[in-house]
Write a protein that binds this ligand. Structure first.
Ligand SMILES: C[S@@+](CC[C@H](N)C(=O)[O-])C[C@H]1O[C@@H](n2cnc3c(N)ncnc32)[C@H](O)[C@@H]1O
Length: 188
């Protein structure tokens, strides 16, 4: 196990841990807007090959030298094409980040059968703090609506959470394509 998992970047989200368990060792994963890479670290500790992308060069640099993690400094909102091929990934993980204009571009990065694991804030979060700008807050059911045509939903939740801090969040795990596929083993 990579001893850096979980260090220096906060604990991974339980949602990512729950559904990251679907990914076999060797899976190609993109941690989009990775920050200091709490999920990249955890996924790499499980044997995934992770590209961790963020515009914050210092955050990406914090991942240097980690087995299984390749950092990439990129502005995802510049309008330039993203530096990855369509269908390049077995999974894309996004947490606490939303840029609606690129949502379809994000989905195109997944191969058929690939897994989208997404968790971020939703409308109502302003009562708890930031983000409060509606541009950064999902509408009710939005992740379901955005994946309705091309994905099979494995799990979806939305509402208020108490941890790691009070917030209104929405989260989905969905598999690209029409086949339901395997669920994570809760006893593992
Ligand atoms: C709240 S942090 C979430 C980090 C990480 N996903 C997590 O949950 O720990 C949001 C991240 O989005 C990144 N970000 C914001 N705008 C971006 C952009 N235009 N391109 C790339 N990354 C961006 C920030 O640098 C920051 O690291």
């Amino acid at each position: 196990m990579n001893s850096s998992a979980g260090h220096g970047a906060g604990a991974p989200s339980p949602w990512v841990v729950r559904f990251g368990a679907l990914l076999p060792a060797g899976a190609a994963v993109l941690d989009l807007a990775c920050g200091r890479g709490r999920h990249a670290r955890w996924l790499a500790s499980r044997g995934c090959r992770v590209i961790a992308a963020d515009r914050d060069a210092d955050a990406v640099a914090s991942l240097a030298g980690l087995d299984g993690v390749t950092g990439r400094v990129v502005d995802l909102e510049s309008g330039a094409p993203w530096p990855w091929d369509a269908a390049a990934f077995d999974a894309v993980v996004v947490t606490n980040y939303l840029y609606r204009p690129a949502f379809d571009q994000l989905c195109a990065l997944l191969r058929p059968g690939g897994v989208l694991i997404y968790e971020t804030f939703m409308i109502g979060n302003a009562a708890f703090g930031k983000p409060s700008n509606p541009d950064f807050l999902l509408a009710p059911g939005e992740l379901l609506a955005r994946t309705a045509d091309d994905f099979t939903v494995i799990a979806f939740e939305q509402g208020e959470v108490a941890r790691p801090a009070p917030a209104m969040i929405q989260r989905i795990c969905a598999r690209k394509g029409g086949a339901p596929g395997r669920l994570p083993d809760a006893s593992a």
